[in-house]
Design a protein around this ligand. Structure first.
Ligand SMILES: Nc1ncnc2c1ncn2[C@@H]1O[C@H](COP(=O)(O)OP(=O)(O)OP(=O)(O)O)[C@@H](O)[C@H]1O
Length: 400
């Protein structure tokens, strides 16, 4: 091969590699834009536009590859032509595209309306869902707290279990959904060892310490587990909400899977009134990711009630030892306030700083939340008092 033909070959190869990577980039942006659309909620129906089948096409092509700009051709179908809230949807889409971090995107939005058949299916599905999920409507009296953490092991489930027990012992009708479907721990922490009763397809939650509890862990090993362990998180959560008879609780706590994305979107879709409680430990590695877990509220319509710092200190001979460092909870609260204040209209408070206590782990492992004494009353400990205060803070928030 001559030098010249070698050079041409090299150029061709590098051009084709370049085209490939450009093509990949376009594909990746298209997928990421679609993922962002899952966070765009139809204001009337309270569900994501992807879930409603409104997004019918996303195509991305390079606008000017040298300056990292792309055209995004997005097609959506509204339920009703010229629907009065279409401007809101349009704005939400524009916002989701405009805040894309890795490139400048020019949006070309095509707005159409659904054909009769598709609309018919959607309406039938919505009617069924509305009948079944009692928490979906705006204005339901139940306060819904979704307990989140960026990473595992920070004590999210322990906080959820003790908070639930504190609510219940203070007289609130309390329900808990263990939505951490792959790492369920609520049945153990709350000592809920029986199986839910099945009444003609409607499941009755297990009651323990005055709390109604439902967890995939209650089905482990049974045939139902396979049914419930559906491939999609969203579907599992919907089942917890719609196939279980919850009555009309004052408070519903959701122990979410650790992480920063999908779970919160599913919760926001299924429970538009949910408020996030972010659990962190004091060290930066946990608090940084906890901030990200809280910032999901920028993407989905979800309030953030506050931050709980767990494992803040260990009390030894009257002295507080900061084993995992200091300041993580405060940092998360401040950063979330900075970024969410305008959207949510309030500061994000640090709700509590909870100590490391061997007791918390030990009683938890034996199925009793540590805030309760053996008779099921509020324990006379400062930790129980902290949870009780947290309940008061949370319940006073909506009155303001
Ligand atoms: N304040 C605390 N003092 C002592 N032990 C604690 C405390 N908080 C949690 N633990 C213990 O730490 C371990 C992890 O807690 P937990 O399961 O509640 O965390 P998690 O964030 O829900 O984890 P995952 O998401 O992985 O389920 C448990 O053994 C629990 O008993």
């Amino acid at each position: 091969m001559t030098d010249a033909s070698q050079a041409v070959g090299d150029v061709e190869q590098s051009l084709s590699a370049h085209n490939d990577s450009l093509h990949e980039q376009e594909g990746r942006i298209a997928r990421e834009i679609y993922a962002r659309m899952t966070g765009v909620i139809d204001p009337e129906l309270g569900r994501s536009i992807t879930d409603l089948g409104m997004v019918t096409g996303v195509e991305v092509s390079a606008h000017d590859e040298d300056i990292n700009t792309f055209d995004v051709h997005l097609s959506i179908e509204l339920t009703v032509p010229g629907c009065p809230l279409s401007d809101v949807i349009r704005e939400r889409i524009e916002q989701a595209v405009a805040t894309y971090p890795d490139a400048t995107l020019y949006l070309d939005l095509h707005v159409g309306s659904m054909g009769e058949e598709k609309l018919g299916h959607l309406v039938a599905e919505l009617k069924a869902a509305r009948r079944e999920n009692p928490f979906h409507k705006k204005g339901v009296k139940t306060r819904i707290f979704a307990i989140a953490s960026g990473k595992g092991g920070v004590g999210k489930s322990s906080v959820a279990a003790n908070l639930a027990a504190a609510f219940a012992v203070k007289g609130y009708d309390t329900a808990v959904i263990d939505a951490d479907i792959y790492g369920f721990s609520m049945p153990k922490l709350l000592g809920a060892d029986s199986q839910p009763t099945n009444l003609n397809g409607m499941l009755m939650p297990v009651e323990t310490w005055g709390i109604k509890v439902m967890s995939i862990g209650m089905f482990a090993g049974s045939d139902q587990a396979i049914l419930w362990r559906g491939p999609r998180l969203q579907r599992s959560l919907e089942q917890f909400l719609s196939d279980v008879w919850w009555g009309d609780p004052d408070v519903l706590l959701i122990d979410m899977a650790p992480g920063t994305g999908d779970m919160a979107i599913s919760v926001a879709q299924a429970l538009p009134n949910a408020e996030l409680i972010v659990v962190t430990t004091p060290q930066p590695s946990a608090s940084d990711i906890a901030v990200r877990a809280g910032l999901v509220a920028l993407q989905v319509p979800m309030d953030v009630a506050g931050v709980v710092e767990n494992m803040s200190y260990f009390e030894h001979n009257g002295e507080r030892l900061h084993i995992f460092g200091e300041g993580g909870g405060q940092r998360v609260a401040e950063q979330l306030t900075r970024q969410l204040h305008d959207k949510l209209g309030h500061d994000i408070p640090l709700l509590a700083q909870l100590p490391l206590e061997t007791n918390l782990r030990e009683t938890g492992e034996n199925g009793r939340p540590v805030v309760l004494d053996a008779d099921g009353n509020l324990a006379e400990t400062s930790l129980a008092q902290q949870f009780s205060d947290m309940v008061d803070k949370l319940m006073s928030m909506r009155e303001v």
